[in-house]
Design a protein around this ligand. Sequence first.
Ligand code: FE
Length: 353
Amino acid sequence: MNRKTASLISSFIIGAAVLSGCTANPSSLKTSVSNKEEVVNIYSDRHYDTDRELYSIFEETTGIKVNVVEGKSDELIERLSREGKDTSADILITADAGRLHRAKEKGLLQSIESKNLETSIPENLRDSDNQWFGLTVRGRVFVYSKDRVNPSELSTYEDLANPKWKGKILVRPADSIYNQSLLASFIELRGEEAAKEWASGIVANMAQTPKGNDRDQAKAVVAGIGDIAIMNTYYLGKMLNSSDPAEVEVAKKVGIFFPDQTGDGTHINISGAGVTAYSKNKDNAVKFIEFLASEKSQRIFADLNYEYPANPAVEPSDLLKSWGEFKSQEIPLSRLGELNQRAVEILGEVGWK
Ligand code: FE
C-alpha cells in the first residue's frame, strides 16, 4: 500500500477532522532523503495494553510505523535532556500533567499548531502554549470496604487524616507520581502548612508501611489490612474487567467514593502527550496525537482502559457512567508540576515511605 492510499484510508477511518491542517508535509523533502518509510518515535511511560492496540491501528490506517520506548517518565525526560538535538524521539507521553510540564520547562517540547487538537481537547486539559495535550482523565478516589465502612462516613481528603481512621488508610508509596500530584494539588488549594499537616495525618493513619501499586491497595482492603484505599479510577475499572477472577472478586467487594464533592472536588490528573523540541518527524507526531484525541481512539481509552475521555465528544464507558458524574478540582494542571518538588520534600519530611 503506498502512502497516498494509506492516507486516504486513514482519512476515511479516522475521520476528516483528524487530518485537517496536518496533511501538508513541508518536511517531506528532508524525510524523503533519509527515510524509506514514515515513522513516529515515541517515549511513553504509559504501561497499558490499550496503547499498544492504538499503535497498531495507527500503523494500519496511516502506514506510519510507530516505534516505542517505554520507561518511567523521569527516566524518559532525563534521556530526552541528555540526547538534546540528537534525540530520535518525536513524542513524549506521560501519565501525569506534572511531568509534561517539567518537560516543557526544560525546553524539551515544542508548541504545535493544530486546530484539530484545539477543538477536541478542552483548554483546561492542555498546555497554554500547546506544548502538551491531555488525552485521558483519571480521578484519584477512595475505595472502601463495603463491609466495614458506611459511605456516609466518607467526605474529603482532609477527613482521611482524622484520628478516627487510625490504622485504616491504605495508599501506595511516596515515589508514586499519583500521590505527589495529589499532594501538589493540596498545596495549591490549602497552602504548604495545611498540606504538610494532612500528609502527616495520613502517615499516622496508615494501615501498613506503603507498598505495592494502586491495585494492591484495593486488595489490602479486601484482605482486611485497612478499610479505605486511595486509588485511580481506571484501576478499579480494570480490576472489575480483569481476566484474573481474584481481581474481579476484590473489585466487587469494594465501594468507590469521589471525595470532596461539596468542596474543591476530586483530584484529577491527565495522561497526555507533547511533540519533542527536536522531533525529526513532526508532521507524523502531530498526526499521531490527533489520532489519539480522535473519537475512535478516545472510545478505546474509555472502553478498554476505563479512563475518562479528554475529548468531550466521547462519553465515558457505561461502568464509569454508573459511578455517576462528579465534581473535579479546577486547578491548572501545570501547577502539579510546579509544586512537585515541594510535594516530594513534604512527603519525605512527614515520613511517608
Ligand atoms: Fe497508572
